[in-house]
Write a protein that binds this ligand. Structure first.
Ligand SMILES: CC(C)(COP(=O)(O)OP(=O)(O)OC[C@H]1O[C@@H](n2cnc3c(N)ncnc32)[C@H](O)[C@@H]1OP(=O)(O)O)[C@@H](O)C(=O)NCCC(=O)NCCS
Length: 155
């Protein structure tokens, strides 16, 4: 698969929304939760996030957006958010490239890259742990799903 990883801007918001919704449907089904934040995020919210200057990356196969990831910065911590790969290309290494790519874009002051996923999402947990993230703590998210935070130190 010839995939190009590159920056995305507010103009990509519509495609990001489409890929994100398709990607997270499996998680919604797993938890019986159809109001997961990535599924109810509005086009305007995505546009705003893509325009706020924090690192965001897309994966392109030709002109088609097949994956994306965004981030939030808080002091020396960067959250990896909304990592999404189109269902028909999952398992082909695109997610790993987006995850590695966003980590390398962390601003200089960032010491810890972190993210969270559902505690029952075994595939996601294996994916993040194989990329070097370690589990730190658990919490319940806004819709009551038990989540686990994973972190990676920036060297
Ligand atoms: C999680 C997600 C981003 C991973 O992207 P991907 O392109 O499918 O993953 P990759 O192909 O890069 O996988 C990298 C490694 O993780 C493993 N992996 C990824 N997803 C897996 C799964 N569901 N079950 C088991 N292993 C998985 C791959 O086998 C691969 O292992 P390898 O390097 O030893 O071969 C993607 O599956 C996705 O969009 N899921 C739905 C949305 C979601 O849950 N996002 C994350 C929320 S925290």
């Amino acid at each position: 698969m010839n995939v190009h990883i590159g920056p995305i801007t507010p103009e990509h918001a519509g495609e990001v929304m489409t890929v994100q919704r398709a990607a997270y449907l499996g998680e919604a089904r797993r938890y019986g939760a159809w109001d997961l934040p990535p599924l109810v995020e509005t086009l305007q919210e995505i546009k705003n996030h893509l325009g706020d200057g924090t690192p965001a990356l897309g994966a392109f196969q030709g002109a088609r957006l097949i994956g994306s990831v965004r981030s939030r910065i808080d002091g020396d911590r960067m959250e990896v958010a909304r990592l999404s790969v189109a269902p028909d290309v999952q398992g082909g290494g695109v997610g790993r490239r987006l995850l590695d790519g966003i980590s390398t874009l962390a601003p200089e002051q960032v010491r810890v890259v972190w993210l969270f996923t559902g505690v029952e999402s075994d595939g996601n947990l294996r994916f993040y742990e194989s990329a070097g993230f370690v589990r730190t703590h658990e919490h319940d998210d806004a819709v009551g799903i038990r989540c686990v935070t994973l972190e990676q130190k920036v060297i």
